[in-house]
Design a protein around this ligand. Structure first.
Ligand code: CAA
Length: 380
């Protein structure tokens, strides 16, 4: 059992930290205030290989594993969760769905430009009335002229406006329930496929979240992704990996909040000495550090098992559940340590706290993670 990152993994972590501190940190609050999705950052992320972290070089990727992927998402999110979730949704949802279930032609056509960062990816499972109940999909794809005509919409889609490629599921045979849902590939500019309302969010405001609408959107059968009727089960398998990245997102946000609390506790003086010298603050910092470390172990364990090719349905849900709930608590404590200043936008914790909340919701709420974990426990 190895509890330390290898030298190469530490190098990956250090280079992403340097990049995040140099290129992202100076803009974080401005992007948050203006809800600016930093498309200008994408070529730089691509240059570092961050748009194709987990894919083989043959498909334009960086050929790294989930352990490295976790360190990358954690380091980006330590500075800005919006960039963390962007890289996560692009890699482990859209691109990975194509990598896992696409044909060789689909991988060449769609995955390569995604992994090289020339294209941006989005992934569409959620709908207005299909959130936790993901198989309650209403969008339909009806066979016509050797292809499919898609109607419906998707909600809360990361990169809905800027994505070049969208993977989305639609019902192809309602009588078959969750075995009657199929995944399809959509390209920006296709007739009948367009982005819609951009959300004005509590946190992760520099990550673009919007709806997409399908109105008689015709797709040739070559845009069907994987077998007919397998879209829902594919999505569940994709989420097994995706949830590890949300755990890493939560971890990075908590780490950033914790570090700002430590800094502040050492600087801020009350009753004639730095507040870090008071046990009330020390106990808070100790609890925060322990919880972050526990979440880190769960997250790295899930990533390690994923790299071993194991099924990680339970482990990824455990990591996501614990890390996301921990993140909200740690960020709240960071605000508390900052006192009145923590309630203002002059100090980092309020943003970390707003950002952390998404982790308990996106890629399955904490309640859904408990359901997934319990089902896995009880079937053994
Ligand atoms: N791997 C392989 N197969 C799986 C699987 C997995 N992880 N999970 C489920 N399946 C299979 C089951 O074995 C079952 O197959 P059989 O019928 O052959 O046994 C089939 O899929 C259906 O599974 P369930 O009966 O468990 O399905 P369900 O309708 O009860 O739903 C659920 C299960 C866990 C609640 C699921 O709907 C779910 O995960 N909901 C949450 C959705 C979610 O996470 N949405 C997030 C959207 S993405 C996002 O948020 C991105 C963002 O930008 C942040």
């Amino acid at each position: 059992m190895e509890f330390e990152l290898s030298e190469e993994q530490q190098q990956v972590k250090a280079s992403v930290r340097e990049f995040a501190e140099g290129e992202i940190a100076p803009h974080v609050m401005e992007w948050d205030e203006t809800q600016h999705f930093p498309v200008e950052l994408l070529p730089k992320l691509a240059e570092l290989g961050l748009m194709g972290v987990i894919f083989p070089e043959d498909y334009g990727g960086a050929a790294l594993g989930y352990v490295e992927y976790v360190t990358i998402i954690e380091e980006l999110s330590r500075v800005d969760g919006s960039v963390g979730i962007s890289v996560a949704a692009h890699n482990s949802l859209c691109s990975n769905h194509i990598y896992m279930f696409g044909t060789e032609e689909q991988k060449r056509k769609y995955l390569v430009p995604l992994a090289q960062g020339e294209h941006l990816g989005a992934w569409g499972l959620t709908e207005a009335s299909a959130g936790s109940d993901a198989s309650g999909t209403r969008s339909t794809a009806v066979r016509q002229n050797g292809g499919w005509v898609v109607n419906g919409s998707k909600n809360f889609i990361t990169h809905a406006i800027h994505a070049n490629t969208l993977v989305a599921v639609a019902v192809t045979d309602r009588s078959k329930g969750n075995k009657g849902i199929t995944a399809f590939l959509f390209e920006k500019g296709m007739k009948g496929f367009a982005p819609s309302k951009k959300e004005n969010k509590l946190g992760l405001r520099a990550s673009e979240t919007a709806s997409v609408v399908f109105e008689d959107c015709y797709l040739p059968d070559e845009n069907r992704l994987g077998d007919e009727g397998m879209g829902f089960i594919q999505a569940m398998q994709v989420l097994d990996g995706g949830r590890i990245s949300i755990a890493a997102l939560a971890l990075g946000i908590a780490q950033g909040a914790y570090e700002s609390a430590v800094r502040y506790a050492k600087e801020r003086e009350q009753f004639g000495k730095p507040i870090a010298e008071f046990q009330a603050i020390q106990f808070k910092l100790a609890d925060m550090a322990v919880q972050i470390e526990a979440a880190r172990l769960l997250t790295y364990r899930a990533a390690y098992l994923k790299d071993q090719g194991k099924r990680v349905t339970k482990e990824s849900s455990m990591a996501k559940l614990y890390a996301s709930e921990m993140s909200v608590k740690v960020c709240e404590e960071a605000i508390q340590i900052h006192g009145g200043y923590g309630y203002t936008k002059d100090y980092p914790p309020e943003k970390y706290w707003r950002d952390s909340k998404l982790c308990t919701i996106g890629e399955g709420t904490s309640e859904i993670q408990r359901l997934v974990i319990a089902r896995q426990l009880l079937r053994q």
